[in-house]
Design a protein around this ligand. Structure first.
Ligand SMILES: CCCCCCCC/C=C\CCCCCCCC(=O)N[C@@H](COP(=O)(O)O)[C@H](O)/C=C/CCCCCCCCCCCCC
Length: 214
């Protein structure tokens, strides 16, 4: 059953990331962005202190949704077709942000880096002791991933916001899956799908030397 409008459902996020990978190991952008929309709904439920993060994520999702629903939507059906199209058409700023500041390739790269944080965070949450602090798991995951791409001021604001995260068990409960034990099982189901999307994207971007787009 679908979750109430606006409510977070980990199951829906899980099924979106699952549906994003085809048998040919392509990443479908529609389900990929649906997964992100679901995550942002969850982030919004955590309070206004996270709104600077969710605003940035939404801005990036909206850029991608406009491509996916625009004139060239066929080219934006999969990550692979998007990369091929934008590169062949000279739509990607490679050295510095200038003529194509919001290409699909650079926009997805930002979400892709955040997906690495999510992977580490969910794995940390899943395997941590019951009395672990969510803020510590989140900070460690952030420092091991996204932080490398953020200036000092963003790193500072992010780590201050993480301190507002509820305890591990309270966090698992607001995931809307059932008991904390059930949420841990669902995280174990979700992670391979998120990792698969991450791995395919990383490979594709490495192959085309797109991992450092400005
Ligand atoms: C399964 C349920 C449990 C987990 C739920 C997690 C929900 C997380 C939802 C969204 C994650 C946020 C994604 C943030 C994307 C950030 C992209 C980015 O790096 N943007 C920066 C660079 O962009 P450009 O300037 O180059 O265009 C931008 O400067 C960033 C600005 C905002 C700060 C980003 C801080 C990111 C912290 C990520 C951790 C989120 C913590 C959530 C706590 C549960």
């Amino acid at each position: 059953m679908a979750a109430a409008a606006g409510a977070f459902s980990l199951r829906e996020v899980l099924s979106a990331f699952q549906a994003a990978v085809t048998e040919r190991r392509e990443v479908l952008l529609g389900p990929y962005l649906r997964g992100w929309r679901g995550l942002v709904r969850f982030l919004n439920s955590l309070g206004a202190i996270f709104s600077f993060i969710s605003k940035d994520a939404v801005a990036k999702i909206q850029i991608m949704e406009s491509y996916c629903g625009g004139e060239r939507q066929e080219e934006y059906r999969t990550l692979q077709s998007m990369v091929a199209y934008e590169l062949a058409s000279g739509l990607v700023d490679i050295q510095r942000r200038s003529e194509h500041p919001d290409s699909g390739c650079r926009t997805v790269l930002r979400l892709h880096r955040a997906l690495r944080w999510l992977q580490l965070f969910l794995e940390g949450l899943r395997t941590a002791q019951e009395d672990s602090k969510t803020s510590t798991i989140c900070t460690d995951s952030y420092n091991a991933s996204l932080a490398a791409y953020h200036p000092w001021v963003i790193r500072k604001a992010a780590t201050v916001a993480f301190c507002a995260l509820p305890s591990r068990n309270a966090f698992l409960e607001i995931m809307n899956v059932g008991t904390p034990e059930e949420a841990v099982i669902m995280l174990g189901d979700a992670l391979p799908h998120i990792s698969s999307v991450y791995g395919i994207t990383e490979e594709l971007y490495a192959q085309h030397k797109l991992l450092n787009l400005p």
